[in-house]
Design a protein around this ligand. Structure first.
Ligand code: NAD
Ligand code: IPM
Ligand code: MN
Length: 357
């Protein structure tokens, strides 16, 4: 029987509540499809930071380097500065393991109303550059406490770094509806963004019809005409913002999944919901687990079990489409556990192809 070793990092807040939903569903689908997942759980979190002064141990990255994939909940907790929690854990994993593609599919789901009058049929993917761009350690603070106080933050866009994510996005678009939108802001940011635009022209595939949009206008279009988009490729920061925006258009950020991919597979890829640790609802047991379940399904695709991944997606879609069971962010009264139980009930009965015993 095939087996995979998964590093589990629940993290903080609702990360701790949604990961058990994901592992329960993964185990159930694994049994049906003839593979097993073995988990090593790491308590790397803000709680660990408060206890031991670091989000993860000094050799943390080495401890997960040989896993087949990493499944992460969310990190961040009030009291610990976000740049400490994120630069102490999430961002080093993305960078060290060259997870330069952050793939964030956004699809409307039957039974999920969303805030717009007419947003059915949305099916887009944000391809977010994940290891460089606006997220950089270069810069500093000067003249602290003086009227001349200032902060400088450099962005880094390399030819190799931009090219590889554009190539990924064009290939992805070629295998979908053949439409790619590149998000930049070349009218205001005059060095990095025109460079990105130039590379888009260089790397464009003939099979893909593409255009570039200014991020501000694009944000409005994603709200007004979300169905028009297929693949949106964007820098680290723009992709971050657009993915929450598009997820909200499709019904809420609790639904949205993400795959931090190392396409060369020389290091593990990491799967995590788009949302954060949601301190405002943490501990109440009502976090929407769909983002985590969908991320787990993307992990299954990555591990070569796309049929099992489809079965997971079909199961949560069926619960949303056919039952009133949903968490409060979607207007329901179900807990994370109740929703997950319903998904487990549906596995294999909702369009997936169960393996013959
Ligand atoms: P957030 O995504 O945690 O929450 C934003 C809003 O969405 C909140 O009202 C929250 O209750 C709601 N929400 C999010 N996920 C939900 C779910 N699954 N079900 C129901 N409601 C949900 O974003 P934030 O408030 O900006 O950040 C909170 C903390 O999380 C910060 O420390 C931030 O740095 C961190 N964060 C971590 C990650 C990550 O680990 N990948 C991602 C984003 C934010
Ligand atoms: C995400 C998050 C992170 C990011 C933060 C928490 C650093 O918002 O994964 O979308 O911006 O990458
Ligand atoms: Mn984000």
């Amino acid at each position: 029987m095939t087996s995979h070793r998964i590093a589990l990092i629940p993290g903080d807040g609702i990360g701790i509540e949604v990961l058990p939903a994901a592992t329960a569903v993964l185990d159930a689908v694994g049994r049906r499809h003839g593979f097993t997942l073995g988990y090593d759980t790491f308590d790397w979190s803000c709680e660990r930071y408060e206890r031991e002064g670091a989000m993860m141990p000094a050799d943390g990255l080495d401890r997960v380097r040989h896993h087949d994939a990493i499944l992460l909940g969310a990190v961040g907790r009030p009291g610990v500065p976000d740049h400490v929690s994120l630069w102490g854990l999430l961002i080093p994993i993305r960078r060290t393991f060259r997870q330069y593609v952050n793939l964030r599919p956004i699809t409307t789901l039957d039974g999920v109303a969303g805030p717009l009058r007419d947003a059915e049929g949305v099916d887009l993917v944000v391809v977010r550059e994940n290891v460089e761009g606006e997220y950089s350690e270069i810069g500093g603070r000067l003249n602290r406490g003086f009227p001349e106080e200032m902060a400088v933050q450099e962005s880094v866009f390399t030819r190799a770094g931009v090219t590889r994510v554009l190539d990924y996005a064009f290939e992805l678009a070629a295998g979908r509806r053949g439409v790619l939108t590149s998000a930049t802001k070349s009218n205001g940011i005059i060095h990095t963004m025109p460079f990105w635009d130039e590379l888009v022209r260089e790397r464009a595939l003939p099979a893909v019809s593409w255009n570039q949009e200014h991020i501000d206008a694009l944000a409005a279009k994603v709200v007004l005409r979300p169905r028009e988009f297929d693949v949106i490729v964007a820098s680290n920061l723009f992709g971050d913002i657009l993915s929450d925006l598009a997820a909200a258009v499709a019904g809420g950020i609790g639904l949205a999944p993400a795959a931090n991919l190392n396409p060369e597979r020389d290091f593990p890829s990491m799967f995590e919901p788009v949302h954060g640790s949601a301190p405002d609802i943490a501990g109440t047991g009502v976090a929407n687990p769909v983002g985590a379940l969908w991320s787990a399904a993307m992990m299954l695709d990555h591990l070569g079990h796309a049929e099992a991944g489809d079965e997971v997606r079909a199961a949560f879609r069926a619960v949303l489409a056919e039952t009133p069971v949903r968490t409060p962010d979607l207007g329901g009264g179900a807990t994370t556990k109740e929703f997950t139980a319903e998904v487990l009930n549906r596995l294999g009965t909702a369009g997936g192809r169960p393996r013959q015993a």
